[in-house]
Design a protein. Structure first.
Length: 366
């Protein structure tokens, strides 16, 4: 039994440490997931709390896992894990039944699980937690309470700083499809013979005030006594979806510029601002200066935004503004504004507004 308790403790600790770390690597991605939850449950008044809650959640997960696996404030760590599982196990069960959000985001973008897979994982963790709790009084303390709190404080501060650094300078590890070294067009290809989405189609017909459902094999196509009411198509099996399936860039007038960007020879710099109004004015100004330099030195420069045409017109400065889906822009780079340097359609570098190089760095690309 002792070996089982030790294994349970190790697995619990590692899972929660991993979950906390991958969220801290991409805190903005976790904030987007909180936003999705609030939207799904009609809690729009909580949108402003998405980022603080994302950072708090990854901190609690990490510290709970760290405490369980290290033995420092071991009981507190177990209670932290219990609190998290008590909240998220019933929540993931509800999500599995209703599916308002397809991916729970429990492991960020590093590992994607369905809601049923997440619920099953939580049930297993609950069992491991009960086993670990059975031996909570049998751990031997090697440090004092004061030392324990000092260690946890130092670790917590370091972890928060790590999370904030990833928020400011982009994730230290990029789990998204638009990562460095990616040939964008290659990740948009659907392989020949790839499985397609499968739908179950039903038809509702009515006769003499009675409605009845039919499928494709038995609907009364030739029976005029039945009156067609409606058709329903339900996705029963998801087919292959390429890693990049939503990269569509248009001019403000609706002209498709996607292939222009992907096929442009030489270097191009893409400035991404999901909403211009949400970006700092000083950061946008620096980006526009960089854009003017690029345009004057035969380096392609595109500003991708989900802002409306009327708002974009307020920034009219001779640069090429383009429209793109907001979700796509969030996936491309976790910053507003953020920058992607491509050459012949391949991503070479990514920066946030905080660490984009000065103009002097780009002079070598001329």
């Amino acid at each position: 039994m002792k070996v089982i308790r030790i294994l349970s403790r190790i697995i619990l600790g590692l899972v929660f440490i991993f979950s906390g770390v991958v969220k801290a690597i991409d805190p903005l991605g976790s904030a987007y997931k909180f936003h999705d939850y609030f939207q799904a449950f009609n809690l729009g008044f909580l949108y402003s709390l998405s980022l603080p809650l994302a950072i708090l959640l990854c901190l609690v997960e990490f510290i709970s896992g760290f405490s369980v696996i290290s033995g420092i404030k071991y009981k507190s760590g177990l209670w932290g894990v219990l609190l998290l599982l008590s909240v998220f196990t019933p929540l993931t069960f509800i999500l599995a039944l209703t599916n308002p959000v397809s991916d729970c985001g429990c492991f960020g973008d590093a590992i994607h699980l369905t809601n049923w897979q997440t619920f099953g994982k939580n049930v297993i963790l609950f069992v491991l937690l009960l086993i670990a709790f059975s031996g909570k009084n049998k751990t031997v303390k090697a440090t004092s309470k004061k030392t324990d709190w000092a260690i946890l404080t130092i670790v917590s501060v370091a972890f928060i700083l790590f999370s904030l650094a990833n928020l400011r300078y982009l994730p230290v590890m990029d789990f998204l499809p638009y990562n460095k070294g990616t040939k964008i067009a290659d990740k948009m290809i659907i392989p020949e013979g790839a499985e397609v989405d499968k739908y179950e189609t039903t038809f509702i017909y009515e006769r003499e005030g009675i409605k009845k459902e039919f499928n494709l094999s038995n609907y009364p196509a030739s029976d005029s006594t039945w009156k067609f009411v409606e058709q329903k198509s339900i996705l029963i099996k998801k087919g292959y979806t390429p890693p990049i399936h939503d990269f569509l860039v248009t001019s403000l007038n609706g002209e498709d510029l996607t292939q222009n960007i992907l096929n442009e020879q030489g270097y191009s710099l893409i400035m991404v601002s999901k909403k211009l109004s949400e970006a700092r004015h000083s950061s946008l100004s620096e980006g526009f200066k960089l854009g003017n330099f690029c345009m004057a030195n035969n380096i392609g420069f595109y500003i991708l935004t989900a802002s409306g045409k009327e708002e974009v017109n307020g920034y009219e400065n001779g640069l090429t503004f383009c429209s793109a889906d907001e979700t796509t822009l969030k996936t491309m780079v976790r910053a507003n504004p953020g920058y992607i340097l491509i050459k012949d359609g391949m991503i070479l570098e990514k920066w946030s507004w905080a660490n984009v190089p000065k103009i002097e760095w780009f002079e070598k690309l001329k």
